[in-house]
Design a protein around this ligand. Structure first.
Ligand SMILES: Cc1cc2nc3c(=O)[nH]c(=O)nc-3n(C[C@H](O)[C@H](O)[C@H](O)COP(=O)(O)OP(=O)(O)OC[C@H]3O[C@@H](n4cnc5c(N)ncnc54)[C@H](O)[C@@H]3O)c2cc1C
Length: 560
């Protein structure tokens, strides 16, 4: 249509996405550094295909599907309670993609041994931002498969794990993780759901689960308190629940309502009433919070990878837009301050990527039985640290990337605001920042992990010959030494708790800096690429060591 006479109309070109694997040189260089050439050669076609799908068909469908949301249908026309969820078109499209691509299966088929987790999570990283958080049920499915592999009796393992890890969309199940109750999500030991065992040895659950995501799953792992057990997490037991009976009716489970959420609106998250739900006890009839931990290790790994994936997507769009949009006679991408702003986001994204994939690599090596005691301590420390830090970085980076679009970033049908709303869940679910910081530090095992980390940073210095990188390695080492000194000298519980977030962030940022230095050294040696040095130097300015002593009394003063 031609413009009305007398008006100069301008129409802005939108940001473009290409193949998300080919357009991600940092991912590709990391994979090239880590993977044996044969493994990379074998998995690269899958990565390129997923990159094409994510940047093409799925991204287009996601934009078209923007206004659709899942719907709870509670009754059929004849008055039967059915509690059926109708999913959005994109979710219906990506579920078989996830199964066929082996987004869960790869980790259990283990064709590439210790590298199987890297293979799986590189695919998940590409898939996630175009999946409308379908990675939420995938994370719990992976967590359940791992937990059942470790803890279930053989018949249950054979029945459920085969479905959870299937590549056949008709056979593939997803799993829920029903822990949070109204009385406590962080303090899950306060849970009120009861478990009764009848004379035939059948357990039945009674209670209300307050947040249950992806409620279309065929099964869930959950926690409930056997009747004679005492309070706290040790009085809870872990149970396996199938959501429907063999006739397809809800298994004494009522969906009370779907949550009306800030983001993740494509994910059906429900309040559930368990009213005599048949369940199978997994393992001992106690210590549920401890026994469900294998699930949390996996879901926190997914959280870390999806955090980075959102950062990369926001930045990919912002970079594209920087060359579509002009201001003051130049493309935004030519304006020094805009370039400076995006470069800061790139440095944070690389740092977060390296930490998340360090976790992925260690997990894969653990499953291959390769870790010694020190590396196991490192993995235990890294799991909460990577989750809490990458989630916070994701919110900050995605928020800044939205601003890089100016007003367009605030307009719903650009598809940009949803990125920020969806990212905001990452610091909340799977353990909030504070709760994970305490988890990382107060278990009494942090010392071994910190010693292993300090040892690795020190030894990696020996290989570095670039003076800037050596200095940056020293900054990471100094921040970590400060943490270790602070932890040894601080024995007052209130002070330890109050400082836990600053300590956890400092550990994570020192770790990220050391990983940036390591990758920069390799890039320099292998490709004469100096961008890694720029990323590490930029990251180190933000700053790394956040540890200061703030008396808890001062904090209380501010709130009184
Ligand atoms: C979209 C969405 C989907 C979800 N899906 C699921 C699901 O599928 N399954 C499931 O089980 N749960 C799910 N959750 C719940 C989620 O895991 C919890 O909301 C989360 O763990 C926090 O628990 P809470 O809401 O009870 O907050 P609270 O525990 O009440 O926490 C409130 C605040 O207090 C802080 N806090 C708590 N304890 C401490 C402490 N000791 N020291 C310092 N600060 C503290 C927290 O950091 C937080 O900032 C979901 C949540 C959301 C938002």
């Amino acid at each position: 249509m031609s413009a009305p006479r007398g008006f100069d109309l301008f129409v802005q070109a939108p940001p473009q996405l290409g193949n998300q694997y080919r357009d991600d040189p940092f991912l590709r260089s990391w994979l090239r550094r880590k993977l044996p050439a044969q493994v990379l050669g074998e998995i690269e076609p899958e990565l390129a295909a997923m990159g094409e799908l994510a940047g093409g068909e799925l991204y287009r469908l996601q934009l078209q599907d923007r206004l659709n949301e899942p719907r709870l249908v509670q009754w059929d026309p004849w008055g039967n309670r059915i509690d059926r969820i109708e999913l959005t078109p994109l979710w219906q499209k990506v579920a078989p993609v996830a199964a066929r691509s082996g987004l869960i299966a790869i980790a259990y088929e283990r064709l590439h041994g210790r590298w199987s987790r890297v293979h799986q999570f590189a695919l998940a990283y590409l898939f996630h931002p175009s999946s409308d958080l379908y990675t939420c049920p995938l994370a719990m499915t992976d967590g359940a498969a791992r937990t059942l592999t470790v803890a279930a009796h053989p018949q249950l393992r054979d029945r459920a794990v085969a479905h959870l890890t299937s590549r056949d969309p008709a056979q593939a199940w997803t799993s829920g993780q029903w822990m949070t109750e109204a009385i406590g999500g962080s303090d899950v030991g306060a849970s009120l759901t009861r478990a009764q065992c009848d004379a035939n040895g059948v357990w039945r659950l009674f209670g209300k689960k307050w947040f249950t995501s992806a409620i279309t799953s065929q099964m869930a792992l959950t926690l409930a308190r056997p009747e004679d057990n005492g309070p706290g997490g040790s009085g809870l037991a872990m149970f396996y629940v199938e959501t429907h009976d063999t006739a397809g009716r809800p298994n004494n489970i009522r969906i009370e309502r779907l949550k009306d959420k800030l983001g993740t609106r494509k994910v059906p998250t429900a309040e559930l009433l368990l009213d005599g739900t048949p369940a199978e006890l997994i393992g001992e009839p106690r210590n549920g919070t401890r026994n469900i931990e294998p699930m949390l290790v996996i879901t926190r790994t997914w959280n870390s990878v999806t955090s980075v994936a959102f950062m990369r997507r926001a930045l990919a769009l912002a970079r594209s837009y920087a060359y579509e949009r002009q201001a003051f006679g130049a493309a935004l991408g030519e304006l020094p301050l805009h370039v400076d702003t995006l470069a800061g986001l790139e440095a944070q994204t690389r740092a977060a990527f390296l930490l998340a994939f360090e976790l992925v690599e260690l997990l894969g090596r653990q499953e291959a039985g390769e870790l010694d005691d020190a590396q196991r301590a490192l993995l235990r420390l890294l799991t909460p640290i990577a989750k809490l830090l990458t989630a916070k970085q994701a919110v900050a980076v995605v928020s800044e990337a939205i601003e890089a679009f100016g007003g367009a970033g605030y307009i719903e049908d650009t598809g940009l605001p949803v990125l920020l709303r969806d990212t905001q869940v990452l610091p909340i679910w799977e353990g909030t920042t504070n709760v994970l910081a305490l988890d990382a530090l107060l278990r009494g095992e942090a010392g071994a992990g910190l010693a292993a980390l300090a040892g690795w940073i020190e030894t990696s210095a020996a290989a570095i010959n670039d003076t800037t990188l050596l200095e940056l390695n020293g900054t990471a080492a100094a921040a970590l030494a400060h943490v270790r000194q602070w932890l040894t000298q601080t024995d007052e519980a209130t002070l330890l708790q109050a400082g836990a977030r600053r300590v956890a962030m400092t550990i994570g940022r020192a770790w990220q800096l050391a990983l940036l230095v390591e990758h920069a050294h390799w890039s320099l040696q292998t490709d004469n690429d100096r961008s890694g040095i720029a990323a590490a130097a930029r990251f180190a300015m933000t700053p790394v060591d956040l540890l200061v002593n703030i008396p808890p009394g001062d904090s209380r003063l501010l709130l009184s």
